[in-house]
Design a protein around this ligand. Structure first.
Ligand SMILES: Cc1cc2nc3c(=O)[nH]c(=O)nc-3n(C[C@H](O)[C@H](O)[C@H](O)COP(=O)(O)OP(=O)(O)OC[C@H]3O[C@@H](n4cnc5c(N)ncnc54)[C@H](O)[C@@H]3O)c2cc1C
Length: 111
């Protein structure tokens, strides 16, 4: 770990890593992301299974998820392989309430 840097980001979860990605993309060179063994930095990101719902009740969040999906598809892992495998998903309803919610989600998608 360096003892000084122009930019220090505390927390190497998805938010911290995204900020580092954006800053370096904008030309910032001396960026350090906070401590913790990568990729298991102790926060939520290390054990989130990676589900990316493509529809939400907010259009902004829907666009954001769509944008994230496209961005992740361009990223490589440390082994040089594509980091994000887009495999799709199936949601199952076990109750009427859940089924109502899924039908609402279909309508969000259409909207
Ligand atoms: C079980 C589970 C499953 C999930 N599944 C999904 C999913 O499938 N899809 C989805 O989109 N979301 C999912 N989420 C939500 C998602 O994981 C979180 O919204 C997201 O990871 C939050 O990212 P973050 O960068 O804000 O926080 P974090 O990933 O928690 O990162 C914060 C980092 O800051 C560090 N930190 C905190 N305080 C300090 C400090 N004082 N000094 C230095 N470092 C510090 C922590 O160690 C950690 O590494 C899931 C969450 C959980 C708990």
């Amino acid at each position: 770990m360096p003892t000084q840097a122009d930019t220090v980001i505390v927390g190497a979860g998805i938010v911290g890593c995204n900020i580092a990605y954006r800053l370096t993309e904008l030309g910032r060179e001396d960026v350090v992301v906070g401590q913790g063994p990568m990729p298991t930095t102790g926060g939520s990101s290390s054990h989130a299974p990676g589900i990316m719902f493509q529809t939400a009740d907010s259009k902004i969040l829907t666009k954001f998820a769509n944008y994230s999906r496209k961005l992740y598809s361009t990223l490589e892992g440390q082994d040089g392989e594509q980091a994000y495998n887009e495999v799709g998903g199936i949601e199952v309803a076990w109750s009427e309430e859940r089924m109502d919610f899924l039908q609402r989600r279909v309508e969000w998608g259409k909207a």
